[in-house]
Design a protein around this ligand. Structure first.
Ligand SMILES: Cc1ncc(COP(=O)(O)O)c(C=O)c1O
Length: 509
């Protein structure tokens, strides 16, 4: 076989060949390249998409995978993202993180993890039985978002836990904050530990020098990237990246094959192949344009009364070493609009859909898929909402003044944020997440849970960062936070999604 070249996309080319040969399909799925699909499915997805719906081993490749198509595409991805080995994973970075945590640690092994890690990492700890050593991120009080774990906190945890098996870090964060990954790689390596980076939001970093440094260039031993988040991968498309030495790549491969489906949608993997080639060939120019559009949006929104956009200065002030400007964290708290309400108005009144909303902010992504026109839609919608809300606020203030009342509270992000509780700190781990999750438990009213050990994880979504995990002692602060969270956020994890009750570990005897 010839040496792989970045100008090829083996899976894309294999699909073309399959079509050109008018292959007769006697393999899954049962709709047979769309011929047997219900009309509404063909209508919704397009007949052409269905003709691409097949597996790899028995569709694009033969059943023995003798063409080695997937491996060839993965090797090209490894080269492009600076790794020795890459694995395509069809269950997003969630699946990738679970795979990685179980590849580096077994039952009872300690792993150092940021408290603000994505819930899938905690799921990996529950499934695999490893023990988290949590390190706390700093929190930006103005924006009410977790920033990064300071390097010193990681170093202290590494020193205090000489038996730990790996260090995990999330970078960039959901809001674009970048951790000191080079510093952390050096600290982990000095202790002989691998550094694994959740780079779900950073698949693009490697392809433009104008963006923050990417995990593999910064010295990480493994990383996971969501190709579907900011690149052109189809939803679910992620890649696990690794280099050998501190990571047992053969064990990682075993874990990948244990956890990934035997029938991935070939189109998902094919989209990774195409997105990788697109980035290698033109990533720098594409991201140059996206950065220009993001800067344009930021300038226009800075001139909009009542709208504030989190910027690089905010990130550096709150302890990040770098910032990804294509993530726009936007607040209208100065206009007394919660993030949820801002998102609702954008969607309902302006047909603008953003990535996420929480009690305080919304997050919008700008990529090379945007144009001056799409950025204008977002900016004009926010300008309109801000002007309406500003007029309403002024009207209410006038009415109160006429009635002799005090001026309305608000007028600043801090004032608005103070109304809701701050993120609670981790308390202590009373037993392993796995024991607490699978052991005997009982449901208690939320207020009666203080001092007990949680048997469930509670995750406001988005951004999907657990506030509480199984095995953790429940504090009064956590109960207060959850009682407030239940009023606004969508919550995942507990059996009682209303959070009226919570399952706690049954006390012995
Ligand atoms: C930091 C972080 N890691 C991992 C994930 C999971 O990624 P995926 O949606 O690809 O499963 C997310 C999802 O939002 C995330 O924000």
């Amino acid at each position: 076989m010839t040496e792989p070249s970045q100008s090829e996309a083996p899976l894309v080319e294999a699909l073309r060949a399959y079509r050109e040969r008018h292959t007769a399909a006697f393999h899954t799925p049962g709709h047979k390249l769309g011929a047997g699909a219900p009309a509404d499915l063909s209508d919704a997805l397009g007949e052409r998409f269905l003709t691409a719906d097949m597996g790899i081993a028995n569709g694009l490749d033969d059943t023995q995978e003798s063409g080695g198509l997937l491996r060839r595409a993965e090797d090209l991805a490894a080269q492009a993202w600076g790794a020795e080995r890459a694995f395509f994973v069809p269950n997003g970075s969630s699946g990738g993180l679970q795979t990685l945590v179980m590849a580096v640690a077994g039952p009872g092994d300690e792993v150092i993890v940021p408290r603000n890690a994505h819930k899938s990492l905690l799921a990996g700890l529950i499934l695999g039985g490893a023990l988290p050593v949590y390190v706390e991120p700093t929190v930006d009080d103005d924006w009410q978002v977790a920033v990064n774990v300071p390097l010193e906190a990681f170093v202290a945890a590494i020193e205090a836990h000489p038996r730990a098996r790996a260090v995990f870090v999330t970078s960039p964060s959901y809001n674009g904050f970048c951790a000191d990954v080079p510093g952390l790689a050096a600290a982990a390596h000095a202790a002989g530990l691998p550094l694994v980076v959740d780079q779900a939001w950073g698949a693009h970093l490697r392809f433009s020098p104008a963006l923050p440094i990417d995990a593999m260039a910064a010295g990480a031993d493994a990383a996971v990237v969501s190709v579907h988040k900011l690149l052109a991968g189809l939803s679910q498309a992620s890649v696990v990246l690794a280099r050998g030495g501190r990571i047992d790549v053969d064990r990682l491969r075993t874990m990948v094959t244990m956890l990934r489906t035997t029938s991935p949608l070939a189109a998902i993997y094919l989209s990774i192949d195409a997105a990788r080639r697109q980035m290698v060939e033109g990533g720098e120019a594409l991201w140059g344009e996206a950065l220009r559009l993001a800067a344009l949006a930021r300038t226009r929104l800075a001139a909009t009364t009542g709208i504030v956009v989190l910027d690089r200065d905010d990130a550096l002030r709150s302890g990040s070493v770098d910032f990804d400007p294509v993530r726009l964290t936007i607040s209208a708290a100065d206009l007394d609009l919660a993030g949820y309400e801002l998102e609702r108005r954008l969607r309902a009144d302006h047909a603008v859909a953003v990535e996420a909303a929480d009690a305080h902010n919304i997050v919008a992504n700008i990529t090379f898929g945007d144009s001056a026109g799409t950025v204008d839609r977002l900016v004009v919608a926010l300008e309109t909402i801000a002007a309406d809300a500003d007029a309403g606020l002024a009207e209410r203030t006038r009415a109160r003044a006429a009635a002799g009342g005090a001026p309305e509270a608000g007028g600043g992000k801090k004032a608005a944020s103070a109304a809701s509780p701050t993120l609670p700190f981790f308390t202590r781990l009373a037993c392993s997440p796995r024991e607490a999750f699978f052991g005997p438990a009982e449901a208690l009213p939320l207020s009666a849970c203080v001092g007990r050990v949680s048997a469930e994880m509670v995750v406001p979504y988005p951004p999907g960062i657990p506030v509480l995990g199984p095995g953790e002692e429940i504090s009064a602060e956590t109960v207060g936070y959850l009682a407030a969270a239940a009023r606004g956020a969508l919550v995942q994890g507990p059996r009682d999604l209303s959070l009226a009750t919570l399952r706690v570990v049954t006390r012995p005897g």
